[in-house]
Design a protein around this ligand. Structure first.
Ligand SMILES: Cc1cc2nc3c(=O)[nH]c(=O)nc-3n(C[C@H](O)[C@H](O)[C@H](O)COP(=O)(O)OP(=O)(O)OC[C@H]3O[C@@H](n4cnc5c(N)ncnc54)[C@H](O)[C@@H]3O)c2cc1C
Length: 421
């Protein structure tokens, strides 16, 4: 019987395994793929991710990655460059690094700290206790997983006192346990591709806030170009769907339109493309629940932890993985499954209000006209955009608390009092 079984070794699972192993617990993490492996992503690390990687002892490993200073926002012919703000808890730099390289680094770090990393091993189904557990949540008590070695096809049981669900956006293991995504919450859909680019070492990542659908209407979402520093850029489009709206928008068409529309200096074209784009879903705003069962915790995308403001999920994978590891440590130290309930409280403390504002904001900008008014309002003021960067990157200082709500209300007011441009 192991202390903890972690299902999935992406950012969330690998970070959770690292912090558990670092604290001396017996942790096994199963990953269905072999590292290094591709993972569809924009590959952008914000200061929040850099902080977590630094805390895991990986600052040196980032030295080979492309370091950038901030965000360049473009819309309606206007451009604003915003360096990352100064913050007492976060560095003022970000990196762009492929998930092919990044996820291997973190998984190996967890293994070096003492976690057993089983690659090419899929958790096929949860093992359920005969008796329901006496802890919090409505999930059944889980005692481990039936795992399949994808090479030999051999199956075996891994039993553990606690199980962490870190299997990403589709979370089949989580669904088998009983987690569900609330369809009333916004959902992101994004597509990305790699392109050879003369501006591969640009000092800023770039976002375009006025991407359009086939009818020429601005859609809620953004196009991005993130320089990788290795001759390539990662370019893509993300779309937010709320209340079923924008479900019909074809992201492949949106991507093609963005490749045509992006500034020619990036050199995006069919000829510079390194391969067909790939896409994925972004469960956001804590849309997946329950996150706590008598013996289980869900983290990262499997808990819908992506930030609705900007589609960032790597940092929230690392952070929820770390929070989960701390709660499991207390559970294993004698507090039992009651300590798992702390995880939900800490997640709510850390993100509850912020994500509520973010969800409202997303709902508001899903009206094309409102989106346009907000973007035009913001782009006229470096002050507003600077504040927005802090809000959207979740980089407000403690003394700036409440500013998210103030800015949201200001934008909401702007959207109602300025009917059209
Ligand atoms: C197009 C796109 C662009 C994005 N761009 C950014 C960005 O620039 N910056 C950012 O911060 N976020 C970005 N995101 C979000 C980010 O990719 C996710 O939030 C992040 O990967 C979540 O980490 P995770 O560990 O929860 O899940 P994942 O990264 O999905 O990891 C889950 C892991 O579990 C494994 N697994 C799944 N099922 C099983 C199983 N049954 N048994 C064993 N292993 C299993 C998978 O192979 C995978 O390795 C983007 C997402 C998309 C789709």
């Amino acid at each position: 019987m192991r202390d903890v079984l972690v299902v999935g070794a992406g950012p969330a699972g690998a970070a959770c395994a690292y912090w558990l192993a670092d604290a001396g617990w017996d942790v096994v993490v199963v990953e269905k793929k072999q590292f290094p492996r591709e993972k569809t992503c924009g590959d952008g690390l914000t200061p929040r991710s850099v902080r977590q990687l630094t805390d895991m002892g990986l600052a040196g490993a980032l030295a080979g990655a492309h370091r950038y200073r901030g965000l360049r926002s473009c819309a309606y012919g206007m451009t604003i460059e915003m360096p990352w703000p100064r913050h007492p808890s976060f560095p003022d730099v970000g990196y762009v690094i492929t998930r092919h390289d990044l996820d291997q680094l973190v998984a190996e770090r967890a293994a070096k700290a003492g976690a057993e990393l089983l690659q090419g091993t899929e958790a096929a189904e949860p093992l359920l206790a005969d008796e329901p557990g006496d802890g919090p949540g409505q999930l059944p008590a889980c005692t481990g997983a039936l795992v399949v070695d994808r090479g030999t096809r051999r199956t075996r049981k891994i039993e553990a006192r606690y199980v962490v669900v870190a299997d990403g956006a589709n979370s089949r293991f989580g669904r088998a346990l009983g987690t569900r995504r609330d369809r009333d919450y916004p959902l992101g859909m994004a597509l990305r591709g790699y392109f050879r680019s003369p501006r591969h070492d640009d000092e800023f990542i770039e976002s375009h806030l006025d991407i359009r659908d086939a009818s020429g209407s601005v859609v809620p979402g953004y196009g991005w170009v993130f320089p990788l520093g290795d001759g390539r850029v990662n370019a893509g489009v993300g779309l937010l769907s709320t209340d079923g709206r924008h479900k019909g928008v074809n992201t492949s068409h949106l991507m093609n339109a963005f490749v045509d529309f992006a500034p020619k200096s990036w050199g995006l074209s069919l000829a510079s493309s390194c391969g067909p784009p790939t896409g994925g879903k972004l469960p956001m705003g804590l849309s997946v629940a329950p996150r706590v069962g008598p013996t289980t915790l869900a983290i990262g995308d499997a808990s819908g932890a992506i930030n609705p403001f900007n589609g960032e999920g790597i940092a929230y994978g690392y952070e929820t993985g770390r929070l989960a590891a701390a709660c499991l440590g207390r559970a294993l130290s004698g507090q039992g499954s009651a300590a798992l309930g702390d995880y939900e409280r800490q997640v709510q403390d850390a993100y509850g209000l912020y994500y509520q504002v973010a969800r409202d904001f997303v709902r508001m900008i899903s009206h094309p006209k409102v989106m346009e008014v907000c973007v035009r309002t913001g782009m006229h003021s470096e002050g507003i955009m600077g504040t927005l960067l802090k809000i959207m990157g979740n980089l407000l200082r403690p003394d700036e608390r409440g500013a998210a709500e103030i800015a949201y209300r200001a934008l909401a007011t702007a959207a109602t009092v300025v009917p059209s441009w």
